[in-house]
Each structure stands twice: as C-alpha cells, then as structure tokens.
Design a protein around this ligand. Structure first.
Ligand SMILES: [Zn+2]
Length: 103
C-alpha cells in the first residue's frame, strides 16, 4: 500500500515561463521541426509519472518520477519535463518575490 503523492498543478503558462527563464533556445520538435505542442487537453497540466526501478533499499515504495508530457501536434513525439524542476523553479521565483507581470 502506498500513500498518494500530492503534486501541485502546473499550468501551461507556468511551464512556458519556466522554459523562457531557463533560456530554452529551440522548442521545435526534434523529429519534424514543428513548434506546436499540446500539454494534454487543458490549460492545467496534469502530472504523469515515469516508473522508476526499485532496489533492495527501496523495494516497498512505488517510485516514479513526476513528469509533464508535451505532445508534438504534428508527429506525436513526446517531450517529457521533470515536474520537480518546474516546481523548484516556481518556489525559487516566489521566494525571490520576482516581479511578475502576470495578469
Ligand atoms: Zn514532431
């Protein structure tokens, strides 16, 4: 039995801001060059999880890496982003009281 994990919602706007802040130079699909991605179906990004291998030390935990999944709207290539990286950045940004221009 595993407790559920609480993961805050990350919006597509927050993900975009994260990528801009990190200096993402190219958002084109590596396979087809398309620049249009969908983040599942809504403006709020649901977090999925990649299964993680268990070891003897952590055999009783269902381990997974929380991810955001973008899908190339042209060819379907998947682009995974570690949700924790975005959450860490959001926390740092809030702590710094960054002057946002949201809204
Ligand atoms: Zn593509």
């Amino acid at each position: 039995m595993v407790d559920s994990v609480e993961i805050p919602v990350i919006t597509s706007e927050q993900l975009g801001a994260f990528h801009r802040a990190k200096g993402l130079k190219n958002a084109a699909c590596l396979r087809c060059g398309n620049v249009s991605w969908s983040l599942l179906s809504s403006t709020e990004a649901p977090v999925s999880g990649l299964p993680t291998a268990k070891t003897e030390e952590r055999a009783e935990v269902d381990l997974f890496t929380p991810i955001l999944t973008l899908t190339c709207r042209n060819c379907g290539t998947l682009w995974f982003v570690a949700a924790q990286s975005v959450l860490d950045w959001l926390t740092e940004t809030r702590e710094q009281g960054a002057s946002g221009d949201a809204g």
